[in-house]
Design a protein around this ligand. Structure first.
Ligand SMILES: [Zn+2]
Length: 269
């Protein structure tokens, strides 16, 4: 299966994404959300021949890219529900230069179970407005829980975010993330419970095979998008947007992929 073949590579790239932001003096070339022709970005330092000197080529030629627009025509099936087994931790708050991100600390044991597969939680981050759209419409924001197995297979669980009630757990993220791009806060000691950033009702979700939504856009990432949104207050949304606004990738063609909707749950609690 393709997911396993590219697993190691994907893991390597995800680690690179986490440690090599664009503004760094060396490493991957910079990119931005204004011009999303990421596949055309050439690595000017690299002496590698074409196409290897286009490190984000997958963003353009990949056929299973994310995010996508979700419509009512998704097929319905009984599926294994993603079952979060997250636990509170003392994470690292990271301003990546592209988003507000929370990295789990070393030794963190929280994970998500999908069928017999266990995916440890590596980090979660925010996009605003949402990356996935529903009949073309955005939610106010979207939270991506990035869960990666040792073999590199990844499952991204998504909480859609609407303006509504104040979210105390999200406020901890806002209060502790550095305001300067590239900086990490690993000494806050703040205890954060990722479960409190998931919707209570997780029986309805959409799933499909996608990709990282940032360069290098590596594929082999399964998305699980819960339809019940979580809420943050309008002040909290404004604070998030003050850090990063419009950090959403445009929706990508499905190219024959099937979006599956689970409405009745299935396995899992
Ligand atoms: Zn994301």
């Amino acid at each position: 299966m393709r997911h396993n073949v590219c697993g190691k590579l994907l893991l390597t790239m995800m680690v690179l994404v986490m440690v090599s932001p664009s503004w760094a003096a060396s490493g991957d070339p910079s990119w931005n959300y204004k011009n999303q022709s990421w596949a055309e970005i050439k690595d000017s330092i690299s002496t590698q021949p074409v196409p290897l000197n286009y490190p984000y080529g997958t963003c353009g030629i990949g056929s299973s890219q994310a995010p996508v627009n979700i419509t009512g025509s998704a097929s319905t099936a009984r599926l294994n529900r993603p079952t979060p087994r997250y636990i509170p931790g003392t994470p690292i708050f990271y301003n990546t230069g592209y988003s507000v991100q929370v990295n789990t600390e070393e030794g963190y044991l929280g994970s998500v179970a999908i069928g017999n597969d266990i995916y440890p939680l590596i980090q979660f981050h925010f996009h605003s407005p949402s990356e996935h759209t529903f009949d073309g419409k955005h939610f106010d924001a979207e939270l991506h829980f990035v869960n990666i197995r040792e073999d590199g297979k990844a499952a991204v669980m998504t909480s859609l975010i609407s303006v509504g009630a104040f979210n105390a757990e999200f406020q901890k993220v806002l209060d502790n993330v550095p305001t300067t791009a590239g900086q990490k806060n690993s000494t806050s000691g703040v205890r954060l419970n990722p479960n409190l950033l998931l919707p209570k009702n997780r029986r309805q979700f959409f799933t499909y095979a996608g990709s990282l939504t940032t360069p290098p856009c590596a594929e082999g990432v399964n998305f699980y998008i819960f339809t019940q949104p979580i809420t943050i207050s309008s002040d909290q949304l404004a604070a998030l947007k003050k850090l990063y606004d419009n950090n959403n990738r445009n929706t990508q063609p499905l190219n024959g992929r099937v979006l599956t909707s689970a409405k009745t749950g299935g396995m899992g609690r």
